[in-house]
Write a protein that binds this ligand. Structure first.
Ligand code: PEP
Ligand code: MN
Length: 266
């Protein structure tokens, strides 16, 4: 098993133009809006993201929305705006590829491919990104076990792409009245023990409520995550997706200060 520490004891370190992820390279911050909403908005959010110490700008251009009647993303225009915003700030870029049909165009723009929770076991998509020479951030499916996640990663590795980043983003549980998902903090040290891949924790999608994001981001740092991916928005009430979990700039800057300070003590 290529993802196993037994096969490959040293940490995998992923190097991008502005970022290194994993190993002893320190905490990686990935931040940005859930969706790219406009050129102007994503550029403003990129500046906030950078101020908080993020080196990777996130934003969805092709969105996997629960309802087909909600905002589906700006598509290729969104990719362009996110690329420009990242370049303007000297940041790397991550965005989701939802299907094989869009893989080539997403690859034209992005530095890191994101495979969403809903696609964690889309084996044809996993095989397709396994043949690509760019890092892949693989999110844990909402009802996937740790072994399911590791097997999904194995599909990517089997194709020859070893630049894999795992992401815990919360799993379905029974208390979704208070938290969107159950943030599986205990999976983090387990994953770090079993695999050599970097781990990026996503407290935004785990919690669904902005006020739970900072404590859970800090819990992930304490649990050994190599980085955090977090959604930000200057006007969450008007956000086109995932507004309730978005951190406003001030809260975001406070969170990142605490997260980097905590990481320094570990
Ligand atoms: C996202 O990152 O905006 C997203 C849709 O995440 P997930 O696949 O974890 O739900
Ligand atoms: Mn989102």
């Amino acid at each position: 098993v290529q993802g196993s520490r037994e096969f490959h004891p040293e940490d995998t370190v992923i190097k991008l133009r502005h970022t290194t992820i994993g190993g002893d390279t320190g905490l990686t911050m990935m931040s940005g809006p859930c969706s790219v909403e406009s050129e102007e908005h994503v550029k403003a959010m990129a500046s906030v993201a950078k101020e908080g110490g993020a080196t990777v700008l996130r934003g969805g251009a092709f969105k996997p929305r629960t309802s087909p009647y909600t905002f589906q993303g700006l598509g290729v225009d969104g990719l362009k705006y996110l690329r420009e915003a990242a370049d303007e700030q000297g940041m790397d870029m991550i965005t989701e590829v939802m299907d094989e049909e869009h893989l080539d165009v997403v690859l034209e723009y992005t530095d890191v491919l994101q495979i969403g929770a809903r696609n964690m076991q889309n084996f044809s998509l996993l095989k397709a990104v396994g043949k690509v020479d760019k890092p892949v951030l693989l999110k844990r499916g909402m009802s996937a076990s740790i072994d399911d996640l590791l097997n999904a990663a194995e599909y990517i590795a089997a194709g020859g792409n070893h630049q894999i980043i795992l992401s815990e983003r919360g799993i379905r549980s029974f208390d979704s009245k208070y938290t969107r998902n159950l943030f599986d903090v205990s999976a983090m040290p387990v994953l770090k023990k079993l695999t050599h891949y970097p781990l990026i924790a996503d407290p935004s999608h785990a919690e669904g409520h902005w006020d739970l994001v900072t404590p859970m981001a800090l819990s992930a740092v304490a649990a050994g995550a190599d980085g955090i991916v977090v959604e930000i928005h200057d006007n969450p009430e008007k956000a086109l997706s995932d507004g309730p979990q978005a951190l406003k700039p001030d809260t975001y800057l406070e969170m990142t200060r605490k997260a980097f300070a905590l990481a320094d003590t570990l």
